[in-house]
Design a protein around this ligand. Structure first.
Ligand code: ADP
Ligand code: MG
Length: 253
């Protein structure tokens, strides 16, 4: 008999994490994380140094292998040994505190190289996509510059354009402005705000509380390897429920 159920299947979550545990030796860093990011959502993760924020992000593209738990990226269990990890990772763009650009390549070439080697795009197509993304981050006039000729903020924007050039479905940011001189932070946050408005799914570890408050759909506060509380920024940053969150915010605000 025909299946008469015509209700649409909801789209898979961008990221879904179930009971995630990660240890380094005897250091039990992630202690049972249940967490998800919907498509199109912007989630900021805040919390003290050492609480496991970077480790959590690195588990989302399996740069770290968890001992227990599951990570689904758009419905696919990337912790399953049978998962085609390279294909899953291609959906994820990552931007680090340190920009990690190739120093011997121009801004443009930094944005074309993985398109050509990983995605097998033609030079003409890779060039077109790279130029469009450098324009998106406000660097059309710097396409031929080498990293050493760019400010930290410009280098970080090249790193964002490089990630975007791979057409990711999800962008991970790990303290993207923490290594920048204060006067350069704004330009990078402006680019991230624009991406959020364009509907990019973003998981952002940050200490920029004003950014989290303004841009995030949801804020998660991490401490001691667990998510202590999460919710709209007005609640978690503006009126936190948990004493641990209040203590942290008193120190950073
Ligand atoms: P955060 O990003 O919140 O500052 P991290 O996830 O970087 O926290 O680190 C959490 C804990 O895990 C720390 O105790 C850190 O020393 C440890 N840790 C992180 N990465 C590694 C690693 N590759 N090897 C050993 N210990 C690590
Ligand atoms: Mg970190």
């Amino acid at each position: 008999m025909a299946n008469l159920d015509t209700s649409p299947t909801p789209p898979p979550r961008s990221v879904e994490i179930k009971n995630l545990h990660k240890s380094f030796g005897s250091n039990h860093v992630l202690r049972g994380i249940d967490f998800s990011v919907e498509q199109g959502e912007v989630v900021c993760v805040i919390g003290p140094s050492g609480s496991g924020k970077s480790t959590l992000l690195r588990c989302v593209n399996l740069l770290e292998k968890p001992q227990q738990g599951q990570v689904f990226v758009r419905g696919e269990d990337i912790t399953d040994p049978d998962c085609h990890l390279d294909a899953a990772r291609q959906q994820i763009g990552m931007v680090f505190q340190q920009f990690n650009l190739f120093p011997h390549l121009s801004a443009l070439a930094n944005c074309t190289i993985a398109q050509r080697t990983v995605l097998k795009r033609s030079p003409v197509e890779a060039d077109r996509v790279a130029r469009a993304n450098l324009e998106r981050v406000g660097l059309s006039d710097k396409i031929d510059a080498f990293p050493a000729q760019l400010s930290g903020g410009q280098q970080q924007r090249v790193a964002i354009a490089r990630a975007l050039s791979m057409d990711p479905a999800l962008m991970l940011f790990d303290e993207p402005t923490s290594a920048l001189d204060p006067e350069l932070v704004g330009d990078v946050l402006t680019v991230m705000r624009k991406l959020a408005l364009e509907g990019m799914t973003m998981l952002v570890v940050t200490h920029e509380m004003a950014f989290a408050r303004e841009v995030a759909d949801r804020v998660a506060f991490m401490d001691g390897g667990v998510i202590v509380e999460q919710g709209p920024p007005a609640d978690v940053i503006g009126d936190p429920r948990e004493e641990r969150t209040r203590t942290f915010l008193r120190r950073v605000l």
